[in-house]
Design a protein. Structure first.
Ligand SMILES: [Fe+2]
Ligand SMILES: [Fe+2]
Length: 213
């Protein structure tokens, strides 16, 4: 089974993949066995972990059975809104930390720059989906909307790469022992942002956009 299919069947599995940095969005077509072989993951342990999470999860809403207009409204109301709010808040927090601790912790300047780039590009992506792509999909797809969809897939891959750079710069969001509580909170929030972005890509890549191919 591919990793995207596992998350489609059991959305709660996303948290297990997040922890191991297994990409179930832009690389969602890869079978779990190959992901484990390539990434050095112990497949037996991973399956155990997945089984435990799935067994303890409440019944998830299955996006595959959700009508398109409802699904788009849900993406807009929850994912886009949360992404915009989180990006704005994180940029503000990163700026404050650079001002007070930037000299002692140069990595904060890097984090701020990367967040700025992610925020500019992701907000533009969300604008385009909201203003152009989603209305066009609801009106009935055309060749032009299919081209626009291709651009969205490409941009999702670019955001995944940006997030990977951010994670690498922060040592896997692991604050060193000398970092204070505010920096720890920023790193935790960055980790949450990554999860939010990946869930957003997943629903669009594997549920919404394939309906119009
Ligand atoms: Fe979106
Ligand atoms: Fe998107």
């Amino acid at each position: 089974m591919t990793v995207a299919t596992i998350v489609l069947e059991h959305p709660c599995a996303a948290s297990v993949f997040d922890r191991r940095h297994i990409d179930y969005c832009c690389q969602g077509h890869v079978p779990l066995s190959r992901v484990c072989a390539d990434g050095g993951h112990d497949i037996a342990r991973l399956l155990e972990e997945l089984a435990a999470v799935i067994a303890s999860a409440d019944a998830d809403v299955d996006p595959r059975t959700t009508p398109t207009s409802v699904l788009i409204n849900r993406v807009l109301a929850y994912q886009h809104r949360h992404l915009r709010a989180n990006l704005a808040l994180l940029q503000l927090e990163a700026s404050n930390l650079v001002a007070t601790r930037g000299k002692r912790l140069p990595v904060l300047r890097q984090v701020k720059a990367m967040l700025g780039e992610l925020s500019d590009r992701l907000n533009a992506h969300l604008d385009e989906e909201e203003d152009v792509l989603f209305p066009a999909l609801l009106a009935g797809p055309s060749d032009e909307t299919r081209r626009a969809m291709g651009k969205m897939f490409d941009e999702h891959r670019e955001f995944s790469l940006l997030l990977r750079r951010l994670r690498e710069a922060t040592g896997d969001y692991a604050p060193g022992e000398d970092l204070d509580d505010n920096v720890r909170a920023l790193y935790r929030a960055l980790r949450d942002l990554e999860s939010l972005v990946l869930r957003h890509h997943h629903v669009e890549n594997h549920v919404l956009l394939p309906r119009f191919r």
